[in-house]
Design a protein around this ligand. Structure first.
Ligand code: HEM
Length: 181
């Protein structure tokens, strides 16, 4: 997993709960190098799981809830760091379509070692889509938070229903996303 995800996670923890909590979480997760991540480095994604689990113990909040909150933070940060990806689309659904078709492709060109999920989007009329998320990492709560932050960015609030679909070719998570009234 790219270091930018780790540096943003630690910024998220410091920014919301304070630098002391971020330090405690690093200590408690016992990650190598004392949590000294560089944005362009690559680290085992199990270290992210250890950090989230430590934060969950520290706060008493479930790990998926924390991952979803972090997903909102991460997407907001991406909108500041890479505004061109957001400017390139005018609607939430077009933006979400561009994540797999364009954005993550550009990420992969820059960082061939990036481990990116696969998203498939199907339109369900004008007000709804199904966005299927496939990854060998269990980060659907992170994706859900990112989708909500993107919805805020475009001023298009949505309701998201999440289901797990098992098919012969493999299983994936389906986000059924609908514009909220
Ligand atoms: C400008 C926008 C975006 C940029 C620059 C970006 C970039 C990245 C990068 C660098 C990673 C780390 C890859 C690795 O760990 O090696 C990543 C992972 C990920 N991205 Fe994006 N991303 C963007 C938008 C989104 C959006 C809107 C979603 C949700 C719909 C999303 C979902 C994810 C998820 C869930 C992962 C974790 C890897 C996994 O699940 O397997 N990304 N992205």
């Amino acid at each position: 997993m790219k270091g930018v995800v780790f540096t943003e996670f630690l910024d998220f923890v410091s920014g919301t709960l304070g630098a002391d909590v971020a330090d405690d979480v690093i200590d408690e997760a016992a990650v190598p190098n004392g949590g000294a991540y560089t944005a362009v480095g690559t680290y085992p994604h199990t270290e992210m799981q250890a950090l989230v689990a430590a934060l969950s113990r520290r706060t008493g909040r479930p790990a998926p809830e924390l991952l979803s909150l972090f997903g909102r933070h991460l997407c907001r940060r991406f909108s500041v760091k890479y505004p061109e990806f957001f400017r390139a689309q005018t609607t939430l659904f077009d933006f979400l379509d561009s994540v797999d078709g364009h954005i993550h492709g550009e990420v992969h060109k820059l960082y061939p070692d990036a481990e990116l999920p696969v998203f498939r989007l199907a339109r369900r009329g004008t007000d709804a889509i199904d966005l299927d998320y496939a990854s060998c990492r269990p980060l659907e709560a992170l994706a859900e938070g990112m989708i909500h932050a993107a919805a805020d960015h475009y001023g298009e609030p949505v309701a998201i229903a999440t289901s797990r679909v098992a098919e012969a070719a493999g299983s994936f998570v389906r986000f059924s996303i609908r514009h909220a009234a």
